[in-house]
Design a binder for this molecule. Structure first.
Ligand code: ADP
Length: 362
């Protein structure tokens, strides 16, 4: 995975102009901070102008910075960043200064570790609350439906017509289906949180995946009189985990069905870029009113998050499908975004590489 270092703080002498030297993001291995982070030990550059292999060293030399020293910031045995100091005189490495900076970096590392632990504690408490809310509302609802329908069936079995019995059994099965989806989502979430969501890539066909998803939900689309339009080539080859991509297709399509009022249209498209390297895959629906309200949009991929439109209409759900969907796409080296459009409804826009995505550090 490619790590990106974000500049957390910067201090420069008053009046010194840093220009384009002051980057907010650097890839692992790029520039002095990236190299220190990647190698995990202190680095001293005595003359930045002579460091011709590095674009950033040359940029530093142009604004009058000549010496640089960087030390890694560690929490435990892991490197999480770098502390770098630049000066305007060419200087040979000085052990005492490096040792001093290593000491400062250790303090910063400890501080960050404490902050992270505090944030995790808060996050854990929030997850516990959200999980309790899910169990209280979403899980108890289908469970109550199953229990009450099964008791009715037991009490009245002898006097019931065949059609009524079938209706009761159907209701029980639907409730059980909802519980099983929630159990699967929660299991996936647990794997995702522990970093164990397995991706097992093999040659796959995205067109077939879309076709399966549409066929699997045909009964529900017919019941809601929704039109499903698919625009994909007959085959769309890529190297991916087809079971996981099936989960993505099922998730996005079932959301489109769930959140689009009767009579609406759902469109799925997938095309390969001219160079065959990437596939663009979209799911569009004519959904609830304006689609997902602006205030909800930034939070949509957060676990347990449900938009006001879903809550107001009491449409059942766990708020986990999109988190799982995004993780699967990202684990394939792709991206998923919620497109902006003025028409009513919602569009999810996926970009996924056709070959295994090898990320290289610069
Ligand atoms: P769930 O559907 O189980 O609530 P998701 O994670 O799949 O969970 O979706 C999160 C929220 O995003 C939903 O609760 C809903 O508010 C919103 N959402 C997702 N897809 C759509 C869609 N196609 N149209 C409108 N809202 C959607």
């Amino acid at each position: 995975m490619r790590h990106v270092l974000l500049c957390a703080a910067r201090h420069a002498a008053p009046g010194r102009r840093l220009g384009r030297f002051a980057l907010d993001e650097l890839g692992s291995g790029a520039g002095l901070p990236g190299r220190v982070y990647q190698q995990g030990h202190p680095l001293w550059i005595r003359d930045l102008a002579a460091d011709t292999a590095s674009l950033r060293s040359r940029a530093a030399a142009r604004i009058g910075l000549h010496v640089a020293v960087g030390v890694p910031i560690n929490t435990g045995a892991r490197s999480i960043g770098a502390l770098c100091v630049y000066g305007d005189r060419i200087e040979d490495p000085e052990d005492s200064l490096t040792t001093l900076l290593v000491g400062v970096a250790a303090q910063v590392g400890q501080y960050l570790e404490r902050r992270r632990a505090e944030e995790l504690t808060i996050e854990l408490a929030r997850t516990k609350d959200e999980f309790l809310a899910l169990v209280t509302h979403e899980l108890r609802n289908p469970l109550a439906v199953i229990t009450s329908t099964a008791s009715l069936l037991e009490e009245e079995l002898d006097g019931l017509l065949d059609a009524d019995q079938r209706h009761y059994v159907h209701t029980i099965l639907r409730g059980a289906g909802r519980l099983s989806v929630m159990a699967d989502d929660l299991l996936d979430l647990a794997q995702l949180e522990s970093g164990h969501l397995a991706i097992d890539p093999a040659p796959s066909d995205l067109a077939a995946i879309v076709e399966h998803a549409v066929a699997a939900i045909a009964a529900q689309t017919a019941e809601k009189t929704l039109t499903v339009t698919v625009d994909t080539p007959p085959r769309l080859d890529l190297y991916a985990d087809s079971n996981r991509l099936q989960q993505v297709a099922d998730n996005l399509l079932s959301n489109a069905v769930k959140y689009t009022p009767a009579g609406g249209t759902i469109t799925i498209t997938a095309t390969t870029d001219p160079d065959q390297a990437w596939i663009t895959w979209t799911f569009t629906d004519t959904g609830i009113g304006i689609g997902i309200p602006a205030a909800d949009r930034p939070h949509l991929f957060r676990r347990f998050y449900r938009a006001s439109t879903a809550l107001d209409r009491r449409i059942p759900g766990t708020g986990l499908g999109l988190v799982i969907t995004r993780t699967i796409i990202e684990r394939h080296g792709g991206t998923i975004t919620l497109a902006n459009h003025n028409a009513p409804g919602t569009t999810f826009h996926i970009r996924i590489p056709t070959e295994p995505h090898i990320t290289t550090d610069p």
